[in-house]
Ligand binder design. Sequence first.
Ligand code: G3H
Ligand code: 13P
Ligand code: ZN
Length: 331
Amino acid sequence: MVSYKELGLVNTREMFAKAIEGGYAIPAFNFNNMEQLQAIIKAASEEKSPVILQVSKGARQYANATLLRYMAQGAVEYAKELGWENPQIVLHLDHGDSFEICKSCIDSGFSSVMIDGSHLPYEENVALTKQVVDYAHQHDVTVEGELGVLAGVEDEVSSDHHTYTDPEEVIDFATRTGCDSLAISIGTSHGAYKFTPEQCTRNEEGKLVPPPLAFDVLDAVMDKLPGFPIVLHGSSSVPQDEVDTINMFGGKLPDAIGIPEEQLRKAAASAVCKINIDSDSRLAMTAAVRRVFAEKPAEFDPRKYLGPARDNMEKLYKHKIVNVLGSAGKA
Ligand code: G3H
Ligand code: 13P
Ligand code: ZN
């Protein structure tokens, strides 16, 4: 049993309380490799932003769970080396789908876990979430639950439709499970295709304009659970300059579209205190790599294309922290 406290990590409790009070959100960035982690830590350290490092089940399979955990441990030391005296870093399991995976993360140094029972019948979601909370709280680890189903693919849980969170359920769910935060569905979804062209309108330049998020659902949830930490998944904005770069250098991402940043800024000012971003980092990385491959076809030193990819991700993370989530200077 390794406690996250020995590793210099923190749980989300105080972080979320401050974020709600201060009208900003904590960035939750997924990582699968060293370059992503370096870029996240550099951005958070230089902007003095609290940060959540997210590890998905897929990331554990891709990179090896033990290795990722040691990398997160190393990230705390790296942040200190960069001059961040008291790093506010959470190591979080993203979309945990069983008690066992949550327990395994808690036992190996994670400070926060998500148990995603959103695809289960309501009573089963309550029971599974409560089981995780009961174990996690014995170790002062915080737990994110989820109510409502996001469109698209939630890791291996496939859903081609979405169901907004029912505000009538949230008090019962939060009370009976004891979860520390709640992910809700208000129209965001995972990946780089959050809306079909049919769901959007087009502006004068022919670019897709997505429909707005269901802020009425968010307001109703906040009304039922005043001050309770709310989480938004699927919150990449799918920056069109990165998509254009990818397409210009041989990629094929037609009509990729995300959540407009002004809507995320509005959400961050409310009880939404954790905003999940993964796809934007993937796009920033891919755009930079494609550019190097196209412009310097003789290059074969990975540092020469992963280096620019890392720089581009760092720029993206800083932009999110400073201009979208408002978490700069809060740690
Ligand atoms: O919510 C999903 C995250 O973007 C993680 O995706 O399962 O492909 O690692 P992944
Ligand atoms: P995006 O695909 O919009 O980046 O969402 C990531 C996410 O929700 C991770 O849990
Ligand atoms: Zn997610």
